[in-house]
Design a protein around this ligand. Structure first.
Ligand code: MN
Ligand code: MN
Length: 296
């Protein structure tokens, strides 16, 4: 179980990430650049006493996750785009991880957007200590199927531990038969993805989001300084060059990747090009009914 001081850190990180999520979603409109939304979301998190738990993901249409703009990215939203904003704040390693979806200027995908949202919110009605993991996926899949769509089966919710975004349990978005119960003290991210495609994602090209893969600092002095900055600013969390307040971060990060010290996350796409929607909350399992952290 978390002590009260730890729980307050988690609550604040959760609230700030939720506010940042909604700020990002509210900015999405025709002609607005992905870059500007990501920067605003991250600035909000930092202005409010938190650090970034990962770069703001802005994943559009059949891209399910792991796109974040780089400096100079000119991509802008177009009418009909379905835009997922996924962001995370942390305080001393206690993470709020949250996401939502909007569409730009149309209402063609409102049912698909609602499918993932209703799935998440249905889970919020019962999740807590003792909940069997497959009951979460069962409700997610039933809710999404009942609206005529499929859950993305190879993207999952997850347990979160201090300074570890994906730690311990995976929480599938379908009934995988795992009857292990959630235990008191766990922090869990519930994140249903819904699609009108096949219900599977595949790894595309490497994106801008990286993590330190190996705890072996580089030998070159300039690179070592940058590495030390990353460890200080982002620790074990995913990060990207755009979020680094460091000269030539892009160049230096590429070097770390080439040396195998950092590795980049692949951009995840729906296998049949289906449109993907996502809603996510982080909850704290303090008792029979979990407390939603990523709300305000
Ligand atoms: Mn997330
Ligand atoms: Mn997550």
């Amino acid at each position: 179980m978390l002590n009260s001081e730890q729980l307050e850190k988690l609550r604040k990180a959760g609230r700030v990430s939720a506010e940042a999520r909604d700020l990002g979603l509210s900015m999405v409109a025709k002609g607005v650049r992905y870059f500007d939304v990501a920067e605003e979301v991250e600035a909000y998190i930092r202005k409010n006493g938190c650090k970034l738990a990962f770069p703001c993901n802005i994943s559009v249409n059949d891209i399910a996750a792991h796109y974040t703009p780089s400096v100079g990215d000119k991509l802008a939203f177009e009418v009909g785009d379905v835009v997922k904003v996924d962001c995370g704040a942390h305080i001393d390693g206690f993470v709020g991880d949250t996401a939502g979806t909007v569409e730009v200027g149309t209402n063609r995908f409102s049912a698909l957007i609602d499918a993932a949202r209703n799935a998440r919110d249905s889970v919020m009605e019962f999740i807590g200590e003792g909940t069997e993991i497959n009951q979460i996926g069962k409700v997610v899949e039933m809710t999404i199927n009942s609206m005529g769509y499929k859950p993305v089966k190879n993207l999952t919710g997850h347990q979160i531990k201090p300074y570890n975004l994906h730690a311990g349990l995976s929480i599938p978005n379908y009934d995988d038969g795992n009857t292990d119960p959630l235990e008191a003290g766990m922090i869990i991210a519930c994140e249903p993805f819904a699609t009108n495609g096949e219900g599977l994602i595949t790894s595309g090209r490497p994106g801008n989001i990286c993590r330190i893969a190996r705890d072996r600092p580089p030998t070159e002095p300039a690179l070592r300084e940058f590495y030390d900055y990353i460890m200080e600013e982002f620790s074990t969390f995913p990060f990207c060059a755009r979020s680094c307040d460091w000269p030539k971060a892009n160049l230096l990060l590429n070097k770390l990747v080439r040396q195998g010290i950092a590795s980049s996350y692949a951009i995840l796409k729906e296998v049949k090009g289906g449109c993907v929607t996502q809603w996510e909350h982080t909850v704290y399992v303090g008792g029979p009914r979990a407390e939603i952290m990523t709300t305000y």
